[in-house]
Write a protein that binds this ligand. Structure first.
Ligand code: CP
Length: 308
């Protein structure tokens, strides 16, 4: 592959290749000297049109650990504010000859569009409600480390499915790896056409959580709600917030995940977020390893393409 735009484009073989290499990088990241040279001589630009803590920081750390020259484009102080378009911004940065461009944008499809206008490898760091592929890959790696496998598991994705690119990439990734994927949400937060994903749909936590190996909670994407009827915070927490009582319905060894940022007391009880079964911090740790692996693999393809 030239770009990493979505899980949609990856085969189970591709997914395993990223996870296996990321395991090596996870070990490197726990050692004293965290440096490797897979991206030495290459330039990486991070272009984030939407806020981020985890994704931007981990892509920056990943690039630096692999020896790339990393530049974070500050969109808020850039000429985007003077009306320069996405495509002109991309063409301008492309003229500086980057090798890897990491892009987050509020519009679904914007990153794929941009990838057609540049000569470098493009990684989707989240586009609208569409995809967040490295999030799904880091989630898969975290699950595999805890369960010893990434197939034939029962996994519940709970909350704002309609507006979540994390949900979409995870449904695709976990489905491709032959897991039993459930979504649990109020009817107003389920997207039209959910049946296409081959998932089981529940509207009550009490039913959907039964016998799950993995419980993945999602934030309500308030920034993307367009007049959708959502219950009050209090009512939402009562019915859909993950509490110890609700978690007791899942398997005794079930793990709790959340991509972050969390809204404690809305979709998750703080006691559950911080409990022994929560792997939320490990997800962040695996985020660096997965992004190192993804950029390493794309850089290999880029070098092979340039040699040809
Ligand atoms: N999970 C995730 O994408 O977090 P950020 O928005 O902080 O990058």
């Amino acid at each position: 592959h030239r770009h990493l735009l979505g899980i949609h484009d990856l085969s189970p073989f591709d997914i395993r290749a990223v996870l296996d290499l990321a395991e090596d990088y996870a070990r490197l990241n726990q050692s004293h000297d965290k440096h490797a040279d897979a991206l030495r001589g290459l330039t990486q630009i991070n272009l984030f049109f939407e806020n981020s803590t985890r994704t931007q920081a981990s892509f920056e750390i990943a690039g630096k650990r692999l020896g790339a020259d990393v530049m974070n484009m500050s969109v808020g102080t850039s000429s985007v504010r003077k009306g320069e378009t996405l495509i002109d911004t991309a063409a301008t940065l492309n003229a500086m000859r980057p090798d890897l461009l990491v892009v987050r944008h509020h519009n679904s499809g914007a990153v794929a569009l941009l990838s057609e206008k540049v000569n470098c490898a493009v990684l989707n760091a989240g586009d609208g409600r569409h995809e967040h592929p490295t999030q799904a890959l880091l989630d898969a790696l975290t699950i595999r480390r805890h369960k010893g496998r990434i197939q034939k598991l029962t996994i519940a994705i709970c909350g704002d499915i309609a507006n979540s690119r994390v949900a979409r990439s995870n449904m695709l990734c976990l489905g491709k790896m032959e897991n039993r994927v459930r979504v649990i949400a109020p009817p107003t937060l389920l997207p039209a056409g959910i049946d296409r994903f081959g998932v089981e749909v529940f509207t009550e936590m009490e039913e959907g959580l039964k016998d799950c190996d993995v419980v993945m909670m999602l934030r309500i994407q308030n920034e993307r709600l367009e007049g959708q009827a959502v219950p009050s915070t209090r009512e939402y927490f009562h019915r859909y917030g993950l509490t110890e009582d609700k978690l007791a319905l899942a398997r005794p060894d079930a793990i709790v995940m959340h991509p972050g940022p969390m809204n404690r007391g809305v979709e998750i009880d703080p006691a559950v977020a911080d409990c022994e079964r929560s792997v939320i911090r490990e997800q962040v740790e695996m985020g660096v390893a997965v992004r190192m692996a993804a950029m390493d693999l794309l850089a290999r393809n880029l070098r092979a393409e340039r040699m040809a």
